[in-house]
Design a protein around this ligand. Structure first.
Ligand code: FES
Length: 172
């Protein structure tokens, strides 16, 4: 462009005309304004609150898995005063069912609520005894009677169907 005068070209130390029209410096352009920061924080907080509400909603509406139904034994296979060990709800969960003198059945988790040793039936005491630290639980309701345990044994809910006894749930 020989001979043509560029109107935007600097003359000497003069500031180019385009800089007068666009006075933003690139260094300053990388900074966030207070308004942008406030917007970002508000949106971020809103998203976090929404996510928390969603997680709470899912937790409240989710149904626990249904307890399985498992046959324990035939009613005639357990005489009054006897007990029988079984597994419920999985093969890794030892339980015990006790038939008292009146013929009533009570079943509990066999895991001691103190330090998880297996309790055994003591017919003479009408109790389930823990050999580890001499803990004792009532066979009638699973409450602790002696020793260090302070919590009752989880009860296995039973259902008698004809001549068979079934485990149908757990009451913790
Ligand atoms: S583990 Fe049963 S009394 Fe301690």
């Amino acid at each position: 462009m020989d001979g043509v005068d560029d109107p935007g070209a600097p003359r000497g130390n003069a500031v180019p005309r385009w800089r007068e029209d666009f006075p933003v410096r690139w260094d300053d352009d990388n900074y966030m304004t207070r308004r942008e920061l406030a917007k970002f924080l508000t949106l971020g907080s809103g998203l976090l609150a929404s996510a928390s509400l969603l997680v709470a909603f899912i937790g409240l509406t989710r149904q626990p898995p249904a307890a399985p139904v498992r046959r324990i034994a035939g009613v005639g296979g357990l005489a009054p005063g006897e007990s029988l060990e079984f597994r419920y709800p999985t093969d890794d969960d030892p339980c015990i069912v006790v038939r008292d003198a009146s013929g009533r059945f009570d079943a509990y988790s066999q895991v001691c609520t103190h330090l998880s040793c297996a309790v055994v039936h003591e017919p003479a005491l009408r109790a389930l005894a823990c050999p580890c630290h001499k803990g004792l639980f009532a066979t009638a309701d699973g409450r602790p009677l002696a020793g260090p345990p302070t919590r009752r044994l989880p009860r296995i809910v039973l259902d008698r169907r004809g001549d068979d006894l079934f485990a149908i749930g757990i009451e913790v």
